[in-house]
Design a protein around this ligand. Structure first.
Ligand code: UDP
Length: 383
């Protein structure tokens, strides 16, 4: 007998669970508060013809072959390697940290092994178990590189001292002693030929799925379904009864320029004195297209207010207690499963979101079929 399923949020998390339940023969209603699907991955053609990543740069990269195969079902991904430059003072460097950056920064011509020994000699090896972003960076690359490339950018991005941030944030960035300047290490990388929004639309395009845009669904209404999935902010589900969890939001200052602006998709401005964190030049996300003009976004990060779009869960060490209160409330709730970046308050990439959504649909689907209560979380938000 088909079940009635509610899904809140039409980003990758919501779309993937909706699709899985629809394909299993259930009726799925998706409620999205914005007027478009795709969440913060939403893309849109600008009047210049350039495909714009409306909520900032999104590059699809994954180590999960099944996730890579899954997304190909819904559109063409073009080969794409992300390249970033970082500006410190008056000088531009390759980013992430590689042989080119190290030699340019220290004014040397070291080979790989020399550079590795050189950085190891500067790294603070006395830090055995780094707990913060700062300790992790000092242990990895030492103070000079940390101060130049990470300290200022990270303060601007997160609004706090890197001593207060989790070490895990730095693990996102590779450190290489080769000339490889590709931003990601993953074997599967690409960008959808026509942007992300048509991919999410295609995932949701199933006769058993109805999508309600610009529509919020009350908790009371969610209770009328056989089961609900919540990919919105976990604190919003509980109407902020333990206060608001901290998120960072972004402001973009768009500008249209003739020709080419910076020759690559993203340039990071690492100095604290520059108010923005990075400049994105969108047409470089689609190197298979050609445009006479260019759209650039200067990106500014700040604390997310009540009316702003949340982007990054801050997850400071002292926020753990507040998060725990929400997790306990969620665990006591029946009939709803929380998932995704906002639903589990974790800094997730698109591919991890899809991977977890597939797993969540599988586990919840099996529980419903067996007549046992599905879990509130399939992936532990505190893990
Ligand atoms: N980061 C930095 N300097 C850089 C690039 C990154 O300090 O030039 C730090 C910063 O704290 C940032 C984190 O590394 O938030 C992760 O960077 P990533 O490029 O993955 O951020 P995203 O694209 O998700 O905003």
């Amino acid at each position: 007998m088909p079940l009635s399923i509610a899904v809140v949020g039409a980003g990758f998390s919501g779309a993937v669970v909706a699709r899985e339940f629809a394909e299993a023969g259930n009726h799925v209603e998706v409620f999205e508060s914005r007027d478009h699907v795709g969440g913060n991955c939403h893309t849109k053609r600008h009047e210049t013809g350039v495909m714009v990543h409306v909520y900032g740069p999104h590059i699809f990269h994954t180590q999960h072959e099944e996730v890579w195969r899954y997304v190909q079902r819904f559109g063409t991904f073009k080969p794409y390697r992300h390249r970033v430059r970082a500006i410190v003072g008056e000088q531009a460097y390759q980013m992430p940290m590689n042989l080119g950056l190290i030699n340019a920064f220290f004014g040397t011509t070291m080979d790989s092994q020399e550079a590795e020994r050189f950085v190891a000699a500067r790294a603070e090896s006395s830090i055995e178990h780094p707990t913060s972003f700062e300790e992790q960076a000092l242990k990895l690359v030492g103070r000079e590189l940390y101060e130049a490339f990470f300290a200022g950018y990270t303060r601007k991005q997160w609004g706090v001292d890197p001593k207060e941030l989790p070490a895990s944030i730095l693990a996102r960035l590779p450190l290489r002693f080769t000339a490889d300047d590709s931003y990601f290490n993953h074997p599967y990388q690409g960008i959808p030929e026509h942007g992300y929004t048509p991919i999410v639309e295609a995932i949701l395009d199933h006769p058993n799925v109805s999508v309600h845009l610009a529509t919020r669904c009350s908790r009371a209404r969610l209770g009328t379904f056989d089961h609900a999935f919540w990919s919105g902010p976990i604190d919003a589900y509980f109407e902020f009864e333990h206060g608001r969890l901290a998120y960072r939001t972004l402001d973009f200052e768009p500008e249209v320029v003739a020709g080419d602006f910076q020759g690559c998709p993203v340039v990071n401005y690492c100095d604290a004195a520059v108010p923005f964190t990075r400049i994105t030049e969108h047409k470089h996300f689609a190197p298979w297209e050609s445009h006479n003009s260019s759209v650039i976004y200067r990106e500014f990060s700040r604390l997310c207010g009540e009316r702003d779009t949340p982007y990054y869960p801050v997850r400071l060490v002292q926020e753990k207690a507040q998060l725990l209160e929400y997790v306990e409330l969620a665990r006591a709730e029946s009939g709803v499963t929380f998932l995704g970046r906002l639903g589990t308050y974790r800094y997730l990439d698109m591919d991890v979101t899809i991977h977890e959504a597939l797993k969540t649909a599988h586990v919840v689907g099996a529980a419903l079929a067996a007549g046992t209560p599905p879990p509130s979380f399939v992936v532990d938000p505190l893990g």
